[in-house]
Design a protein around this ligand. Structure first.
Ligand code: SAH
Length: 374
């Protein structure tokens, strides 16, 4: 018999099983991401939506164009995703009619509704799933422990760089598919985020401005939303040339190709949305200093830098889902040497960059809005 160091006297058999179950659960958790990605790639949220919001497994197989023989596998996938709350599933009817067993019906949920990309790909979070659950990113996490052990390497390189030999944004520059996936994911996620911010605190944040520069603004989703809600605010987007080159130009937002470490155009306000969490404190202070210089000569009376990012630990909503999601995002940002800051972390970089004061204007489970005043 094998010797075991697990002492049965310390943990009861029930506890041992429970804790073993937890180890299984945590180790297998990546399968959840993969299952979600699989459903998105197959277009299952679209198929259920097209079928009126609920569909049998046969409808899903037909609606996604899968071979009929795949039905038992789709059943297992849908069963798992329904247990996770991505979809809901009714029990199959017990009665057998005409020798045919009834089928379970799968329903869309408010969450899976966000994954429907029929018609407009960029209005759906399916692009975000495809971006995050992607070998290019997932592979980097296999190097996390090696990176942590190697003090020399980890002080100069992110583990993304360790895996791929180039920085996160250099990869997007040289890999067209990655560039498209990155920008699309940001647009899709930004549209939802901005809808909430504009509804909750839009007037207070953007109402008094006449111009705004969206630094690291990607394809301009945030600027387009601000400009639609406040047409008197002249919005421009500064981003790297490979991003701006592919940006859709509808005339409402002006795109400027450049490097935010070198030059930031002048405006009443600078928006930094999901930018500063990509950088360590030193780079963050450099960016904030240049932003401060860009607003001060523009209009000192109203000038401000608007930061949209997570504030760890902020707000009364400390439920497990938001706590774990924020902590997951923080770990996720580690792959490119980024970090999610708590209020003290934000105050430190804001003050170091020379700002006199700051205010946290809005707090949600996933992001907050901070205003920094010169
Ligand atoms: N603000 C956008 C995108 C955030 S992702 C949104 O919220 O959706 C970070 C962005 O910073 C990317 O678009 C990236 O291309 C841009 N970026 C990275 N380094 C930059 C630099 N040196 N100068 C300008 N933009 C940069």
């Amino acid at each position: 018999m094998h010797k075991t160091h697990i002492n049965m006297n310390v943990q009861s058999p029930e506890d041992l099983i429970q804790h073993q179950c937890l180890v299984f659960h945590h180790s297998l958790s990546y399968v959840k991401s993969m299952a979600l990605k699989c459903a998105v790639e197959l277009g299952i949220p679209n198929a259920i939506h097209r079928h009126g919001g609920s569909a049998t497994l046969s409808d899903i197989v037909a609606g996604t164009g899968l071979p009929v023989s795949r039905l038992p596998y789709v059943q297992r996938l849908m069963n798992f995703l329904s247990i996770c709350g991505v979809f809901t599933e009714s029990n199959p009817p017990a009665a057998v009619t005409d020798g045919k067993k009834g089928e379970a019906v799968v329903y869309k949920t408010p969450m899976s509704r966000l994954l429907i990309d029929d018609g407009n790909k960029l209005s759906s979070l399916s692009c975000l799933v495809q971006f995050v659950v992607n070998p290019l990113l997932v592979n980097t996490f296999f190097d996390m422990h090696t990176w942590l052990k190697d003090e020399q390497a980890s002080s100069t390189k992110s583990f993304f760089e360790m895996t791929h030999g180039c920085g996160r944004f250099e990869m997007a520059k040289s890999n067209a598919d990655d560039n498209a996936m990155f920008n699309n994911a940001m647009v899709a996620a930004s549209q939802i985020t901005m809808e909430v911010i504009l509804r909750e605190a839009g007037c207070d944040i953007f109402g008094g401005l006449s111009s705004l520069v969206d630094v690291g603004g990607g394809h301009g989703a945030a600027s387009a939303a601000i400009s639609a809600a406040f047409p008197h605010v002249k919005c421009s987007v500064l981003d790297l040339p490979h991003v701006v080159d592919k940006a859709p130009a509808d005339g409402t937002v002006q795109f400027i190709a450049g490097d935010m470490f070198e030059f930031i155009p002048k405006a009443d306000a600078v928006l930094l949305k999901w930018v500063l969490h990509c950088w360590d404190d030193q780079d963050c202070v450099k960016i904030l200093r240049l932003c401060r210089e860009a607003i001060v000569p523009a209009r000192e009376a109203v000038g401000k830098v608007i930061i949209i990012d997570i504030v760890m630990g902020a707000g009364s909503s400390q439920d497990t889902l938001s706590k774990e999601t924020r902590a997951l995002t923080d770990l996720y940002m580690m792959h490119l040497n980024g970090v999610e800051r708590d209020e003290r972390g934000w105050e430190k970089v804001i003050r170091e960059a020379g700002f006199c004061d700051y205010k946290i204007v809005l707090v949600t489970a996933l992001y907050s809005v901070i205003e920094a005043y010169p």
